[in-house]
Design a protein around this ligand. Structure first.
Ligand code: AMP
Length: 112
């Protein structure tokens, strides 16, 4: 499958690992939008938030369990933002479900 994040998971494209376990992988965004910008992805290929089902949603719970640990280890004691872009109108550029964790400065109030 021609998926950039699957290639990162295989190790054929390099990444800077922040965290991994048997279900998820977290790494630094190549084009950070904040002092801390981490991407968290499921090892299973799920195309987007629109592809989350009762059968595969356990990994999403795992991701949200891991987020506070990553935030703590990245020093985000003042807070942070979690984003997933979905589909064309959501400006999703990589079609493998991922959650952006952004922080390290006061983020703008703009969401759209
Ligand atoms: P999105 O636009 O929500 O699909 O986010 C995709 C993100 O992947 C963007 O923030 C990109 O900067 C990031 N990205 C693209 N290629 C790489 C890469 N090789 N390593 C790390 N992050 C990447």
């Amino acid at each position: 499958m021609d998926c950039l994040f699957c290639k990162i998971l295989e190790g054929t494209i390099p990444s800077t690992k922040v965290y991994e376990d048997e279900l998820v992988y977290a790494f630094r965004d190549i084009n950070p939008q904040a002092p801390v910008h981490v991407l968290i992805i499921p090892r299973e290929h799920i195309a987007s938030a629109d592809g989350i089902t009762p059968e595969n949603s356990a990994v999403v719970a795992r991701i949200f369990e891991i987020i506070p640990r990553i935030a703590a280890s990245e020093g985000l004691s003042g807070g942070y933002r979690v984003i997933t872009n979905c589909g064309e109108d959501g400006c999703q550029s990589v079609k493998h479900l991922h959650f952006h964790v952004l922080g390290g400065r006061r983020l703008t109030g703009q969401m759209g």
